[in-house]
Design a binder for this molecule. Sequence first.
Ligand SMILES: Nc1nc2c(ncn2[C@@H]2O[C@H](COP(=O)(O)OP(=O)(O)O)[C@@H](O)[C@H]2O)c(=O)[nH]1
Ligand SMILES: [Mg+2]
Length: 163
Amino acid sequence: MASNKNRVALVGKIGCGKTTLKQKLSNENIKYKKTQAIDYTESFIDTPGEFIDLPFFCRNAINVVCDAGLLLVCIAADDDQNKIPPNFACTFNGPVLGLITKADKEDANIARAQRALQFAGVNKKKIRVVSAYTGEGIESLDQEIRKIVTRFGEKEKSPNARK
Ligand SMILES: Nc1nc2c(ncn2[C@@H]2O[C@H](COP(=O)(O)OP(=O)(O)O)[C@@H](O)[C@H]2O)c(=O)[nH]1
Ligand SMILES: [Mg+2]
């Protein structure tokens, strides 16, 4: 069975910037496209925000990301209504980073987002602040991901080559 250990999983509310961040980290053009289903690419598992927004689907988020090489739990800096379940990140038996996205927003509240991520079970030392628009924090995040997920960004020769 194909493994997801070379993939980085993104979870967070609808519109928190997961897909845009994925595009930025993949050096793709930034283009808005609602994520309607789980999107598997060579390096990412991008999940629909409904997995977090709707408590009923939370178990799907857990199942889908469980064997990823790295979990990125995202919350937008301007979000004043956290929906990530308490200790969500603790269900994941692997490396986790908490991302505060959209740091460029005028009404960004980094301290609030940090509290929400800690409430979601993310270690305070593992929280990073990024903006896909200004590029803040993207380069260092990219380097950090490469240290954790060794084949991050590599194109594979054929899907069957995956182990
Ligand atoms: N200001 C700002 N807006 C962003 C940023 N990242 C994403 N957005 C916008 O937020 C909206 C939702 O982004 P998207 O990546 O689709 O969110 P997703 O539902 O989590 O995948 C889009 O209109 C994006 O252009 C960012 O870093 N800064
Ligand atoms: Mg999306």
